[in-house]
Structures are given as structure tokens and as C-alpha cells.
Design a protein around this ligand. Structure first.
Ligand SMILES: CC(C)(COP(=O)(O)OP(=O)(O)OC[C@H]1O[C@@H](n2cnc3c(N)ncnc32)[C@H](O)[C@@H]1OP(=O)(O)O)[C@@H](O)C(=O)NCCC(=O)NCCS
Length: 343
């Protein structure tokens, strides 16, 4: 379709499974934008990851849009529409190539996202912005002027791993162990053993509401064993490795804490910290530190080429930030979730 914001701007649907050329140009917009903030610490998905996600994902519908001016792809959108829970909610990523900003392209893309979210029956929309430490975030003026309010602020922190991790891990584990008698740790790669799937589903459901959510209008996610299997199926199709550690309460046999790291094929030196959760009733035993240290040890043993871990935590999440500081994470950026009611 053509937009009124810029007469030569076209916003088109992108099917990542059939349009390789457009997908490559679309991915490049995201990479350039992320590089603009973070240089070689950019974190965008590869074309292969996006294709595999589109093929495999079942817990949401994903729509991709490209903004074009002539042959150039100048902006990109990913719209996420949850299908198993949060049916009132939509999340969009809107990015304009750094060379094409301040020409109304972001506004036109956002208007399109809002219209699609409304059409899908969604009443709340969140969009995300991220800026490096010391950079001004354009979204700070862009989003509020379009009716959005900051709902959640996350700190991005990176840990550059030393060649010898042992001294750090030993200290953390010794300290954690002194507070966590009665718990064991288990680590697995690239999938959850069948016998742990149900318990792991409980942890994911709790993760969706126990981590600070600020003012985001989201409800607890619905998880079962099949959704955990599906999560790993998507990761495998994307070529990602995943290492996960859980803490098990010996007395009850219950999995009460977990953490996982994902490693993308196209950035083999970088691991992404995904979830970390300690169930509320088991907090205060340094289990977060225990599982993170064990998981890092497993990562180093299994994928010694990984040199950096990237994580996002709510700025209000003091306990998690304390664990990460103890591990040596340094602040690198700030991410904001902006939210608007569509009613
Ligand atoms: C935020 C973003 C999408 C805006 O895209 P854009 O194409 O520049 O947006 P528009 O041209 O429609 O901007 C319209 C208005 O937003 C505000 N704005 C946008 N960028 C701004 C900046 N760097 N400084 C001050 N105001 C800015 C201005 O009011 C601007 O109007 P003006 O140019 O007439 O002053 C773009 O900067 C971007 O891709 N950033 C990285 C990804 C991101 O953060 N996306 C999430 C947005 S919530």
C-alpha cells in the first residue's frame, strides 16, 4: 500500500519463506540500526533464524512488514500476536534504517502496526526501543508523541568472559552452596528431558509474571509440556544451541529455579541470557547465583568459543542485577517497552 506520510513510501508484507531477497534487505535494516547503537555488539536475528521461526512457531502469529522507497528497503516491522494467552495484546518492533530517519517512515509503519493489531482484536500494543549507554534514544520523543507511555525499562548488560573462568565460578559456587544446602543442580543441552517437561512448563508460566513487568498489560502465559518441546523445536530449527540448568529441591523433588542461555549459529562467540527464575517460595538461598554459575560452567565446557554473554533485566530487578554484577556484567544499553491502549 501507499502511505500519505511520504508519497514514494510503500509498506509491503514480507513472507520470509518465499522472498529471500526482500528478507535479506529487511534483515540488513535491523542489523544497521543495531550496529548504529552497539557496533559489533549488535543483536539482530539472521535471515535463517527468521525463516525457521516463521515455519515452526505455534504460540503466536508473526507478521513482517517492509518499508520500501523505490528498490531500497528503509524500514522493518515485526508484529507478534500471541495465540495461546494474552489475546488482548500485541507487540511490535518498528525500525527505520539510520540513514532514512526523520522522514515520517517510522510514523507510517507504526500507524500500520496499530491498524493490524486492532484488526486482530488486540486492545494493548507495546513497542520496544533500545539505545546504547550514552546515546539519546529517538523513541523518547517519538513514542510519547504517538500516545505511548514507558511501561518497562530494562538494562542491557554484557559479560565479556575471561579466558579462565574457574576462579570466578568457584567463588560464586562456594558462596551459593553455603546458602543452598538441600538443592541439587541439573544441566541439559538443546532440550528438556521428558520427565522434567511438566515441571519446566510451570517454571516458564511463572517466569511470564514473576519477572518485573512494570506497567505492561500482560497476563500469565499458558504453558504445558508441548509448549516447552515447541520452544526447543524452534531453537533447533533456527540452528541455536541452548544450555539450561535447573535447581531441584531435594526434599520434594521439585524443580524450583532455572536459567538458560541461547547461542546463535551466526554469532558463535555470543550467548544470550534468556530466562532466569527462582520460585518465590525458594528465594533467599542464592539459587539464582547457583544455577547461573553452573550454567556458565557448562557453557564453557560445551562451547569454549563463546566469549560474551548478553542479558536484559528490568531496572527495578535489584536481586537479579546484584547476581549479574557479582558475575561481572557491565551496563551496555537501555531498552524501553512503550505501551498504548488501542481502545
Ligand atoms: C524511533 C524510530 C522508529 C523513528 O523513526 P523515524 O522514521 O525517524 O520517525 P518519523 O520520521 O516518523 O519521526 C517523527 C517524529 O518523531 C520524533 N523523533 C524521531 N526521532 C527523533 C530524534 N532522534 N530526536 C528527536 N525527535 C525524534 C520527532 O518528533 C519526529 O518528528 P520531526 O522529524 O518532524 O521532528 C527510529 O528512530 C528508529 O528506528 N529507532 C530505532 C528502533 C526503535 O527504537 N524503534 C522503536 C520506536 S518506539
Amino acid at each position: 500500500m501507499q502511505t500519505s506520510a511520504a508519497p514514494d513510501l510503500q509498506i509491503v508484507d514480507l513472507d520470509p519463506l518465499t522472498d529471500d531477497t526482500l528478507l535479506d534487505a529487511w534483515v540488513a535494516v535491523g542489523v544497521e540500526s543495531s550496529r548504529h547503537e552497539f557496533g559489533d555488539r549488535q543483536t539482530r536475528y539472521s535471515a535463517q533464524e527468521i525463516r525457521a521461526r516463521q515455519r515452526e512457531v505455534t504460540d503466536r502469529r508473526i507478521e513482517l512488514l517492509a518499508a520500501r522507497v523505490g528498490e531500497a528497503v528503509v524500514g522493518q516491522v515485526t508484529l507478534h500476536l500471541p495465540l495461546k494467552d494474552n489475546l488482548h495484546f500485541a507487540h511490535g518492533d518498528v525500525t527505520v534504517h539510520p540513514d532514512w530517519r526523520r522522514r515520517g517512515i517510522g510514523s507510517a509503519l507504526l500507524a500500520e502496526v496499530e491498524q493490524r493489531a486492532r484488526q486482530a482484536g488486540r486492545t494493548s500494543l507495546s513497542i520496544e526501543s533500545e539505545a546504547a549507554v550514552g546515546h539519546a534514544d529517538p523513541a523518547e520523543s517519538f513514542a510519547p508523541a504517538r500516545g505511548y507511555r514507558a511501561a518497562l525499562a530494562d538494562l542491557r548488560s554484557d559479560l565479556d568472559l575471561p579466558d579462565d573462568l574457574e576462579p570466578l565460578l568457584r567463588d560464586l559456587e562456594t558462596d551459593a552452596r553455603a546458602h543452598s544446602a538441600g538443592y541439587d543442580v541439573l544441566t541439559w543441552w538443546d532440550g528438556v528431558p521428558e520427565e522434567w517437561l511438566d515441571q519446566r512448563a510451570v517454571l516458564s508460566a511463572r517466569m511470564s509474571t514473576d519477572a518485573p513487568l512494570g506497567d505492561l498489560a500482560v497476563e500469565e502465559e499458558v504453558w504445558d509440556a508441548e509448549r516447552v518441546r515447541a520452544l526447543y523445536r524452534v531453537a533447533r530449527a533456527q540452528g541455536r544451541r541452548v544450555v539450561e540448568t535447573v535447581a531441584v529441591h531435594r526434599e520434594t523433588g521439585q524443580a524450583v529455579a532455572f536459567t538458560n542461555l541461547g547461542i546463535a549459529e551466526h554469532t558463535p562467540q555470543m550467548a544470550y541470557q534468556w530466562d532466569t527464575l527462582v520460585l518465590a517460595e525458594h528465594r533467599g538461598h542464592r539459587l539464582g547465583q547457583l544455577v547461573k554459575a553452573a550454567n556458565l560452567r557448562a557453557l564453557r565446557a560445551g562451547l569454549p568459543e563463546v566469549r560474551r554473554v548478553v542479558t536484559w533485566n528490568a531496572e527495578s530487578n535489584a536481586p537479579m542485577l546484584r547476581v549479574n554484577r557479582a558475575l561481572g556484567f557491565q551496563p551496555v544499553g537501555r531498552m524501553v517497552e512503550w505501551q498504548k491502549s488501542l481502545t
